[in-house]
Design a protein around this ligand. Structure first.
Ligand code: ADP
Length: 542
């Protein structure tokens, strides 16, 4: 066939080289553990990423080798995002909230050759060092502590590259980054992101009807850089030249709000549990922070309850609800309001925004039930399956999980959804969280979202407990807002007023101070199921 267009490789090098020259002065702000701030620019990021790439090649890095990172969100982590792929390597983000033996398992499984680690995380590294064997450990100084012993100072790698230095050529299908699923569902499994996948994902994410990120934005990804590439935001920002603000280890609401105000942040991103804290802090301190008008908050990782979206809107923080997975780089769908809903009123629009949204261009979706793909009628439930250029084609060295891909080439997400005629996906559960009562499904997510709309409830998680007659029945675990109490009868009445069917009502409401969380801030329902495995209506006295 005669070539129609040039076959230019989609390489991440292009993104950083363009940002470093066209947006040379645009800032990258990093907050340190002592809350001081380091200010860099995209020109610095390009220069330092090249230095890192050059140093890694000198250290013996070969194309495809993995370089582990154990870092908070800051400039050096960003340099690894760009510099490691520039050297032909694959940056592999380690989740610093995992137990040391789990981190060691992941490092060994990925066969990571080098490690870049924050000095403040060396204690964590020491807890698993004996179980792994990095060839070199580069230490990033975030404090004044000297780098010594067997470690190499990261800063010593930052020598300027020789004149005429150029990175090795990149095949767009080679690996650039790697992340393991957090293991909420079984053993952690690794996904390798290609240059091509990340480049296309950045374009898809920046689009106006996706996250609408432009060079005029200032973006603070509070989602950790070890959680699914910080949702790809560092690359999306570099692609468009947006200012980046990285909070370091300070992820409490007050520190984040201080940064939003000071750095004039226009977009931030994180899981709902963090937003719940921000929303409460802002409500309790009216007028304390002046945020940018129409600030946008990307919420994903777990469902954003409609009540939360409404409350955040009232506080001037517009929620953009998005769905994704480690396996999808991660963005799959975004719940913006479609043109066809504009005339349908506010309630219809909020209902749409509380769904997981419509797929991003190039991501195809279907919901598959026992008899094949289900109708897009907003009623029929099926497992969400996806395919597209930034959806993983396999896990790294984990053939046992090959059944996550169908014979006709779709990835099985493990999320149970409905899809409505407008194309909006609504997650009703993860397969493992579904509650089957007397042969009928009950959506724990619907119950949770309704409960979190109650004025006295801060958090709610609904799990199945074993029932002799119905096999499974729902049990709610609720955390009241500060100073509030809850009453089971009133909560049931409230759920009915919210349109919940009577047979869906939880058989009990267990009150707790907090709901256990996964390493990425999601409700850890497996732990609740363990803790409450003996629960019966009789044992609770209800
Ligand atoms: P893990 O599988 O360990 O939780 P991921 O971060 O990859 O790690 O999680 C992906 C899952 O998170 C999805 O399959 C889905 O169940 C859930 N999820 C992501 N975004 C949303 C959302 N907006 N609403 C509900 N669930 C979500």
């Amino acid at each position: 066939m005669v070539a129609t267009m040039m076959n230019a490789q989609l390489s991440l090098n292009h993104i950083i080289e363009r940002a470093g020259t066209l947006f040379a002065d645009r800032e990258i702000v990093s907050q340190m553990p002592d809350k001081s701030v380091r200010r860099h620019t995209y020109a610095d990021l390009l220069r330092r990423s090249r230095s890192l790439a050059n140093a890694l090649i000198d250290a013996g890095l070969q194309t495809g080798d993995r370089v582990a990172t154990l870092m908070w969100n800051h400039h050096a982590h960003l340099e690894a995002y760009h510099g490691v792929p520039m050297a032909g390597g694959v940056y592999h983000t380690l989740n610093l909230r995992l137990a040391p033996n789990d981190i060691a398992y992941i490092v060994n499984h990925a066969k990571d050759r080098f490690l870049i680690v924050d000095d403040v995380l060396l204690k964590l590294y020491a807890a698993f060092a004996k179980d792994v064997s990095f060839e070199k450990v580069f230490v990033v100084s975030l404090t004044d502590a000297p780098v010594d012993g067997p470690f190499v100072s990261y800063e010593s790698l930052m020598a300027d590259v020789p004149a005429g230095w150029a990175p090795p050529p990149v095949d767009e299908n080679q690996g650039a980054g790697m992340c393991y699923t957090s293991g909420t569902t079984g053993k952690p499994k690794g996904v390798i992101y290609s240059h091509r996948a990340v480049a296309l994902h950045s374009m898809g994410s920046a689009m106006t009807d996706t996250l609408a990120i432009s060079q005029h934005d200032c973006v603070l990804p509070m989602v950790p850089m070890f959680h699914a590439n910080a949702w790809g935001l560092p690359f999306t920002c570099a692609m468009v030249g947006a200012k980046q603000v990285h909070p370091g280890p300070h992820l409490d609401p007050v520190s984040l709000l201080d940064l939003y105000e000071r750095e004039k942040v226009t977009i931030s991103a994180g899981v709902p549990t963090v937003w719940i804290g921000i929303q409460q802090t802002v409500s309790q301190n009216p007028g304390k922070w002046t945020l940018q008008p129409d600030m946008r908050m990307v919420v994903g990782g777990s469902a954003a309850p409609e009540a939360m979206i409404r409350d955040m809107d009232k506080l001037g923080m517009r929620v953009i609800h998005a769905w994704g997975m480690t396996e999808t780089t991660p963005l799959g769908s975004v719940a913006n309001v479609k043109q066809s809903l504009i005339d349908k009123g506010e309630d219809a629009q909020y209902a749409a925004r509380a769904k997981q949204g419509i797929p991003v261009p190039f991501v195809e979706i279907r919901a598959v039930g026992e008899d094949g793909p289900v109708a897009h009628d907003g009623q029929a439930m099926g497992e969400l399956q996806v395919r597209g250029p930034w959806v993983a084609a396999s896990y790294f060295d984990f053939p046992e999980a090959n059944d996550r891909w169908t014979d006709d080439g779709w990835f099985r997400t493990g999320d149970v959804v409905t899809i409505d005629p407008d194309g909006y996906i609504k997650i009703t559960d993860r397969t493992k969280d579904l509650i089957k009562s007397g042969g009928e499904w009950i959506s724990s997510v619907d119950l949770e979202n309704a409960l979190m709309g109650h004025q006295d409830i801060a958090e709610a998680a609904v799990i199945a407990y074993h029932h002799d007659k119905w096999v499974e029945r729902p049990l709610a675990v609720v955390v009241p807002k500060e100073g509030r109490t809850v009453d089971a009868g009133a909560l049931s009445d409230f759920l009915i007023s919210q349109g919940i069917a009577k047979w869906w009502l939880p058989d009990g409401f267990v009150v707790k101070d907090a709901i256990p969380r996964t390493s990425t801030g999601k409700f850890l329902k497996a732990k609740l199921r363990d803790e409450l495995s003996d629960w019966t209506p009789e044992s609770s006295g209800s």
